[in-house]
Design a protein. Structure first.
Length: 428
């Protein structure tokens, strides 16, 4: 056996130290080449530190939560004689990998891509690095549990997840089937039919991944309410020409809706939140995303920052500018980031209502339906009357991990109240 000092690795040009999160290999335990020995946190990212060769952990020099300078000895390892201690981590040593090791990789990848072979790893350990990769690629924990881990005790390694991605995420839509003695998992082959093949563009692939990730991540519940927009519609119709002359901006319903939503969020700030592990982060800013259809048929969500601090003129300017940029494909990256709540106007396409999918990592999303004239029974002091009113359905999909029915219903009703109680004497 060959004793070796194991040092804190360098994890970036500007990184001078790292914090040991935890040791994954205890003193006295053996490990294989590639097994994760420990996890290290830096001020930029969490890292898994793999074993450069097979061997045994003799001693931990530092313990969890210790801050260690790069290059400092953190453990004493004993490498197996048959494989020997690693001489170098340079490109030269990487070229000495045997042909046998290279030939084994395709077999492992082929094995992972067989739907019939997938099992759920109920005790899956998600390291910070694996978690980071999963979040970046919109892989839910449920999907991660379907990936076979090649690390010690079935732990998921970085290579397991990257190989899984390279193989096209075969378990992305698979359903787990419990193991029963003598039961064979059917290898289902669906008849997809014949027709024109349209390859997804990059944006459509990103939308698909994001939607699936959201449904896997958040338990969706949708609440509905109906709002009487007669006063709002009347005021807009009477003032849209004067508004455009005065400010050189079109007055659509979008800024009016955003204004009402921002007021309601101020009343119910918990709706403006996101889940971070076991913590709920209630956002300081109210940034409203607008789901916007593009000429290509794809969808993008530009963001109105600090919507609660803008007046109607400023909201109209911002929404018109963002929608224009979106349709001309001129949005900047910053203009699509940072939303805390999203609105999707499904009424634009004639839909009465919708059940929108939450824009992660937000807690809720509002869909506004078509504004439709309808005969309604109106309760007046002098008695009930039947009148023609401008009615619209509102639907709120919310994350039931964070938001309960009382909060969701109260918030949704408050939006409708602000819409219905629109001041028709308002000056532009």
């Amino acid at each position: 056996m060959n004793k070796t000092e194991f040092k804190m690795p360098k994890m970036g040009e500007s990184i001078t130290e790292g914090t040991i999160i935890n040791w994954l290999v205890n003193e006295g335990d053996s490990f294989e080449e590639g097994d994760i020995l420990l996890e290290v946190a830096t001020d930029k990212v969490d890292n898994e530190v793999p074993a450069p060769a097979s061997g045994k952990m003799l001693e931990h020099i530092f313990k969890a939560k210790d801050v260690v300078p790069v290059g400092e000895v953190i453990a004493i390892l004993e490498f197996s004689e048959e494989k020997g201690a690693p001489k170098s981590t340079s490109k030269t040593s990487e070229k000495t990998v045997s042909k046998t090791e290279i030939s084994e990789k395709p077999k492992a990848q082929k094995q992972i891509s067989t739907p019939a072979s997938f099992k759920v790893n109920e005790n899956v350990f998600i390291s910070p690095l694996v978690d980071s990769i999963a979040r970046k690629n919109h892989i839910s924990y449920e999907e991660l549990a379907r990936i076979s881990g090649t690390g010690k005790e079935g732990r998921l390694r970085k290579s397991d997840v990257t190989n899984y991605l390279e193989n096209g995420r075969p378990f992305q839509f698979a359903q787990a089937i419990p193991e029963v003695s003598g039961f064979q998992v059917p290898d289902l082959k669906f008849d997809k039919g014949k027709g024109k093949i349209v390859e997804m563009d990059r944006m459509r692939q990103m939308i698909a991944d994001h939607m699936v990730f959201s449904k896997h991540t958040s338990p969706h519940v949708t609440a509905y309410v109906e709002a009487d927009l007669t006063e709002m519609v009347s005021w807009r119709n009477n003032n849209k020409v004067a508004f455009q002359k005065k400010y050189n901006e079109k007055l659509t319903f979008t800024p009016l809706f955003i204004e009402c939503v921002a007021k309601a969020i101020t009343d119910f700030p918990m709706i403006n939140s996101t889940l971070d592990g076991k913590n709920i982060i209630v956002k300081d800013e109210i940034n409203i995303g607008m789901a916007t259809a593009l000429p290509s048929g794809n969808l993008i969500v530009p963001v109105v920052k600090n919507a609660d601090k803008k007046n109607l003129k400023e909201l109209a300017e911002t929404t018109n500018e963002l929608v224009g940029k979106a349709r001309d494909n001129k949005l900047k990256a910053d203009e699509t980031k940072g939303s805390t709540f999203t609105i999707s106007n499904v009424g634009t396409f004639g839909s009465l209502m919708g059940t929108p999918i939450i824009n992660q990592p937000e807690a809720a999303i509002l869909a506004t339906g078509i504004i439709k004239k309808r005969a309604e029974v109106m309760e007046r002091e002098e008695g009930d009357t039947i009148e023609i009113r401008q009615m619209m359905y509102l639907s709120l999909s919310f994350d039931h991990r964070i938001v309960d029915g009382y909060l969701a219903g109260s918030f949704l009703r408050r939006i409708a109240d602000y819409m219905e109680q629109f001041d028709t004497n308002r000056k532009i």
